[in-house]
Design a protein around this ligand. Structure first.
Ligand code: MRU
Length: 366
């Protein structure tokens, strides 16, 4: 992604070859601040406090967190303890566990003295793979958008209207994004596309992050309150929905930011195609039933009762929304059952959201 002409990934190695640089996403869209993580404890904090977030980026940050941990103590016991600490930071996105498992599998067969260099190499490879997978699924998703556009154009439309929820863009991955990768590919292909951006309470990743990156990239978009999508669909103002996912079961159920399920219901009721874009490390092959088996993160209720924004003097301020004494609850994610999903967009192509569909693309998992 280019910001003011400079190419960025969302995570990269610091110039000293040891620290890991990230963009503090809690400061966006108003401030662009790069933080250097110098210890595994700082990597844990980065994931827990959501300086980095989004399933693929959480995985990448955890991989580098384990590389930082290897510098501190590369023994089997040291790596196992770091694995546990990093794994405990956020429970829903399976990419976190996937990346940690990849790291441990690469490191433990090696002599302790070789583990630090191998850890940095494996973390870099995980990041590169994420970029390649997202670019490939972007092409697959773009083909869906292009086909829809041909039909719309023939009917006299001026643009394609896509709705997305939360931030499943460049900022949620190492590069390209998942739900937004097809959008960026469509823009490159010259397809006129406009994105409805759900604000995505309580943390507002849509309003603050998706809007920020679409804005940087010059993609036409409109921020909407979370409850607007159904109305837009009833009036023919949404041609398709694409969202990301934090964990997809082997039967095609999808867990994504809270509120995704309601968008899928509205899409079904209005005959709007509802796609989910995911790189394969987001598939949890060990579970089938998303509603019963995926752990749903509950975060601080302060995210619900308070909101942060830019004050007139340019400083970031937090204000209180609900009255003292009113309890709140803050579920981070919900599950959209496979039956509501038109298709899964992966780096190997598009498939039905079903066990047969996924195994058709990933037969080695059968
Ligand atoms: O709580 P977050 O901001 O980490 O949630 C992010 C999402 O829900 C994304 O849609 C999901 O991780 C898919 S990202 C490519």
């Amino acid at each position: 992604m280019k910001i003011n002409g400079v190419s960025y990934r969302t995570i990269w190695l610091a110039a000293d070859g040891a620290g890991v640089e990230i963009i503090d996403q809690t400061r966006l869209p108003h401030e662009f601040v790069v933080i250097t993580l110098r210890s595994s404890a700082e990597a844990e904090a980065a994931i827990r406090e959501m300086w980095v977030r989004g399933a693929p980026l959480i995985g990448a940050a955890a991989a580098y967190g384990l590389a930082l941990a290897a510098r501190e103590d590369a023994s089997d016991a040291g790596l196992a303890a770091a694995y546990q600490r990093l794994h405990a930071t956020r429970p829903t996105a399976i990419n976190l566990k996937w990346a940690l498992d990849e790291m441990i599998a690469a490191l433990t067969p090696l002599p302790v003295g070789e583990r630090v260099a191998a850890a940095y190499a494996r973390a870099a490879a995980i990041c590169d793979a994420d970029v390649a997978q997202n670019a490939a699924l972007g092409e697959a998703g773009c083909a869906i958008i292009a086909a829809l556009w041909e039909k719309k154009k023939a009917a006299g439309a001026e643009r394609i209207n896509l709705l997305t929820h939360c931030n499943a863009g460049w900022l949620a991955t190492v590069d390209w994004g998942t739900a937004l990768a097809p959008v960026y590919k469509a823009v490159e292909a010259g397809i006129p596309i406009h994105v409805w951006v759900d604000e995505t309470r309580p943390r507002n990743q849509g309003a603050s992050l998706t809007a920020r990156e679409l804005n940087w990239h010059g993609v036409p978009h409109t921020v909407i309150a979370d409850n607007t999508g159904g109305h837009l669909m009833q009036h023919g103002m949404v041609d398709l929905v694409i969202v990301g996912t934090d964990r997809t079961t082997r039967d095609g159920d999808v867990c994504n930011k809270i509120g995704t399920y309601l968008k899928a219901l509205a899409a079904k009721d209005n005959g709007v195609p509802f796609y989910v874009a995911l790189p394969s490390p987001t598939i949890d092959w060990t579970i089938a039933d998303g509603v019963r088996e995926i752990p749903i993160e509950q975060r601080s209720t302060r995210e619900q009762t308070h909101i942060t924004g830019k004050a007139a003097d340019g400083t970031l301020v937090e204000v209180q929304l609900s009255p003292d004494g009113s309890p709140a609850v803050n579920y981070g994610f919900d599950v959209t059952p496979a039956r509501l999903i038109t298709g899964l967009i992966t780096e190997r192509g598009v498939c039905p959201a079903s066990r047969e569909g996924l195994l058709g693309l990933f037969p080695e998992r059968g």
